[in-house]
Design a protein around this ligand. Structure first.
Ligand SMILES: Nc1ncnc2c1ncn2[C@@H]1O[C@H](COP(=O)(O)OP(=O)(O)OP(=O)(O)O)[C@@H](O)[C@H]1O
Ligand SMILES: [Mg+2]
Length: 297
């Protein structure tokens, strides 16, 4: 499918304008402008920044309080279009809980029926494919309560993959995955993102560094960075170093295994004057910490 762009819609992705969502008086989303097209976009932000709220609004699970939203070129405010969005997107919610007595296959079949996906034979073929993609085919007849935490997470991912969606909304998908499965996940998502739009909310910054050409950072319901991970890293150059002693209170630093300290400079030229400072190449995590730290100080 090709991406067609019109002033109001992205048929393969998402367009949000001035998106607001409040819970009582709390503005969980405080005016989000966003255009998402094919590829993987990472969504970072501290606990409570608004990531899940944003994904839930895009998945039509939550109604925005204000602002404009188009998902897959459709208007979620219209009931028929909302149903169509739900049928077409793949959504992995944060902390999804499944019926424990279902088997892995049974759960996916149930979900595929709800999504009205084809006849029985075609549906079952699709389910087997999704189970293979997340390496759970051998466990297809196992009841969910007997699956490990990481396996349940992968089952949730398989559910999101049903129907080969053009839009995938993944809320902390790699939580609990072992390193091998995480690499497998990256490979899978990267392949899917050739044709699909993937929004990946995570605290695993290595996943963003490995997978995303674009990263959004949310802070208190607002986008405080939208760009390439390399541009975020570039902002941190000259602000990361290593030293032998613990820096003064108020400076972000942590003790390393060899007893030295990795230090993130609060501001350019405002770093503590330490003689034995060794400059380091910043990582995406350093850059993210500097960005979110500077916002709240
Ligand atoms: N159902 C709810 N009722 C009331 N407030 C809520 C609800 N869900 C979220 N909030 C509040 O909205 C804000 C954003 O929460 P959200 O779950 O979107 O954050 P998040 O970025 O996903 O955080 P985390 O990294 O912990 O998953 C927080 O202040 C949170 O307390
Ligand atoms: Mg969340």
């Amino acid at each position: 499918m090709t991406t067609t762009t019109s002033p109001t819609a992205l048929t393969n992705g998402v367009r949000a304008r001035g998106l607001v969502r409040t819970y009582g008086t709390r503005r969980a989303l405080d005016g989000i402008d966003l255009d998402l097209g094919p590829g993987v976009t990472g969504l970072l932000g501290r606990n409570g920044a608004g990531k899940t709220t944003l994904l839930r609004c895009l998945a039509t699970d939550l109604e925005p309080t204000d602002g404009g939203l188009s998902v897959l070129g459709l208007d979620p405010e219209r009931s028929i279009e909302r149903t169509e969005i739900r049928r077409r997107l793949g959504y992995l919610p944060q902390n999804s809980s499944f019926y424990p007595h279902f088997t892995a296959f049974g759960l996916l079949d149930y979900m595929a029926v709800l999504k009205e996906q084809g006849g029985r034979r075609q549906r079952h073929e699709e389910i087997r494919r999704a189970l293979r993609r997340v390496d759970l085919y051998d466990r297809r007849h196992t009841r969910i309560r007997r699956l490990s935490g990481g396996m349940r997470q992968r089952l949730g991912l398989a559910a999101a993959l049903l129907g080969d969606p053009r839009l995938l909304l993944l809320d902390e998908p790699t939580i609990g995955l072992d390193p091998e499965q995480r690499i497998r996940f990256r490979d899978l998502v990267s392949e899917l993102a050739v044709h699909s739009t993937v929004l990946l909310s995570t605290h695993q910054i290595e996943d963003v560094a490995a997978l995303c050409r674009r990263v959004l950072v949310l802070d208190r319901g607002r986008v405080i960075f939208d760009g390439a991970p390399t541009d975020l890293i570039a902002r941190a150059r000259g602000r990361v170093w290593e030293q032998a002693s613990r820096p003064p209170e108020g400076v972000t630093a942590w003790r390393l295994a060899d007893g030295r300290y990795r230090v993130l400079g609060p501001e350019e030229g405002d770093a503590p004057d330490t003689v034995e400072r060794v400059p380091l190449e910043p990582s995406l995590e350093d850059a993210y910490l500097l960005l979110t730290g500077s916002v709240t100080r």
